[in-house]
Write a protein that binds this ligand. Structure first.
Ligand code: SAM
Ligand code: SF4
Length: 330
């Protein structure tokens, strides 16, 4: 079997695929003015057949996990067809999504039955007002309700992502609220450090804070750093026997963050991105048009691996071509 491997010895069993740039939320750090059509890029979003060919190719390349993201992936009308194709037409075992949880209460049953093996939901705060201020939508209750439905049906692999924002959701009280939540719920909560992108410099300057503050909270409260975990990737995980869920920290600016990189990205317009923040990447669309292009596609992807850089160089202020994460899926 061919394996995706770069010049630094890292392997890539994990693909994040964005299926649309469109989003219905207005998160301050991502799309503060809501989704705007990019007139400079009129290429279409990935078609169902292109997604099928890509996933087939990646499973030949040893990929065992694919995460569908966006924009907001669930806004696509053929969203459930996409999940079906991944589930039945590729050999990829783990099929996950990242969603903002819009209408989760209405979609929970369908999602649980769709064949997904994991759902990551973005909730920056358990405070309804704060949630509304960050996302521009007063939808926290429907999302929490949706999570309850998922759990009642027995859906196991739920994670929550919260972007850490200085003075917004970074207080002891905020951390305590999440503690209470994961004490009773078998759900992992990960704080992600705010990342600077091409569009959000002012927001970044105002709200970025090191995740050290949360790490200190975890240390004080006797959370134990878990050093193992298959395909854990760059998340630092913490356990505490009294709690059903785990805490995690994703700190892209930390030293050695890129050493554990295990993922590649496909943008909604079929660009292979070797790094969330890199300029490096190549469009694959011309090799996604017919089933008999599979070998050519595989060879092209394999060749690209030599161009993956050792680090994202974010600490040097390099945001590559990433204007905001709705384009590459976070
Ligand atoms: N719309 C979906 C959602 O919000 O879950 C999927 C796409 S979103 C780009 C994926 C993740 O990236 C979300 O958890 C979001 O909070 C995170 N994100 C977006 N912009 C970010 C930034 N500048 N820094 C850190 N995380 C960011
Ligand atoms: Fe939309 Fe997700 Fe970006 Fe928020 S983070 S604006 S939900 S794409």
């Amino acid at each position: 079997m061919n394996i995706l491997k770069d010049n630094f010895g890292r392997t890539f069993p994990y693909i994040r695929m964005s299926i649309t740039d469109i989003c219905n939320f207005k998160c301050g750090y991502c799309l503060p003015n809501g989704y705007q059509v990019d007139k400079s890029d009129t290429r279409k979003f990935l078609h169902l057949n292109e997604i099928r060919r890509l996933s087939k190719c990646f499973s030949l390349l040893g990929v065992n996990k694919i995460r569908i993201t966006g924009g907001e992936p669930t806004v696509r009308k053929d969203f459930f067809d996409i999940i079906k194709v991944l589930k039945f037409d590729s050999e990829i075992e783990n099929i996950a999504i990242t969603t903002n949880g819009y209408h989760l209460d209405q979609k929970a049953k369908l999602l649980a039955k769709s064949g997904l093996t994991g759902i990551n939901i973005s909730i920056d705060s358990l405070n309804q007002e704060t949630f509304k201020n960050i996302t521009g939508h007063d939808r926290l209750p429907e999302i929490l309700n949706g999570i309850e439905i998922l759990q009642d049906i027995g859906f196991k692999n739920i994670k929550i992502n919260a972007v850490l924002l200085n003075g917004v959701n970074s207080s002891r009280k905020d951390f305590d609220e999440w503690s209470k939540f994961i004490e009773k719920n078998k759900i992992d909560l990960r704080y992600i450090e705010l990342m600077r992108t091409g569009d959000n410099l002012e927001y970044f300057k105002k709200y970025h804070i090191s995740s050290k503050i949360f790490k200190e909270y975890l240390d004080e409260n006797k959370w134990i750093h878990q050093t193992f975990g298959k395909d854990a990737g760059p998340s630092l995980n913490y356990i505490n026997p009294q709690y059903k869920g785990k805490f995690g920290i994703i700190a892209p600016y930390s030293k050695d963050f890129c050493k554990s990189c295990n993922r590649l990205r496909i943008t909604s317009r079929a660009d292979l991105r070797l790094c969330l923040f890199g300029n490096t990447g190549i469009n694959l669309r011309h090799l996604l048009q017919k089933d008999d292009q599979l070998e050519e596609l595989r060879d092209l992807i394999l060749k690209q691996m030599q161009f993956k850089k050792e680090s994202h160089y974010l600490e040097l202020g390099d945001t590559g071509s990433t204007k905001n994460l709705s384009k590459t899926g976070g």
